[in-house]
Design a protein around this ligand. Structure first.
Ligand code: FES
Length: 168
């Protein structure tokens, strides 16, 4: 974690932190604060985590520890194409974990990470309410149903080809 002293959090978030500081056990609001930052910026940057630690007067390692422990916190910006694998019960039973592994292998990234070129990020999600289509994967707003392991590389290649078409 960096040791920058310049603060960059949005005033709404600063105001929320200040409200938390007026309450007992203000450090217990850390998760809420981190969620607000992620909602605002899409991920938790080192600078923002450091600022939260400073403002809450807790060790930077505490903020960093919470941020890295929970998989729903993103520590890198989302990719141009955000891939999300549903890990709800129905999808899990139908092999969503294997689909997730296949994406990880294909993209060379872990859960919550973004490829170096910024094209793809990978995350998981809770039930999307379309269990009959399990296993379900979303890529940005597009929903893909009954995704098989074989389809994983096809999906990625299809997106890459379309992306190239768009930019040429
Ligand atoms: S469990 Fe995946 S859509 Fe319900």
């Amino acid at each position: 974690m960096t040791t920058k002293t310049e603060y960059t959090l949005h005033p709404d978030i600063v105001s929320f932190i200040e409200t938390c500081l007026q309450k007992e056990h203000s450090e217990s609001y850390l998760m809420d604060i981190l969620h607000k930052i992620q909602d605002k910026y899409g991920y938790l940057s080192e600078e923002h985590m450091y600022e939260v630690a400073q403002r809450l007067q807790v060790p930077a390692s505490t903020v960093s520890g919470v941020s890295t422990f929970y998989h729903f916190f993103r520590l890198q910006p989302r990719g141009k194409y955000a891939i999300s694998v549903c890990m709800g019960t129905a999808c899990f039973v139908k092999g969503a974990d294997k689909v997730l592994n296949a994406f990880q292998t294909e993209l060379g990234i872990g859960l919550g990470e973004t490829t170096k070129d910024g094209m793809f990020s990978l995350e998981n999600t809770r039930c999307l309410g379309v269990c009959g289509l399990a296993p379900v994967v979303t890529i940005n707003e597009q929903v893909y149903s009954r995704v098989t392991l074989q389809q994983v590389s096809e999906l990625i290649n299809r997106i890459l080809n379309k992306d190239v078409e768009k930019t040429t």
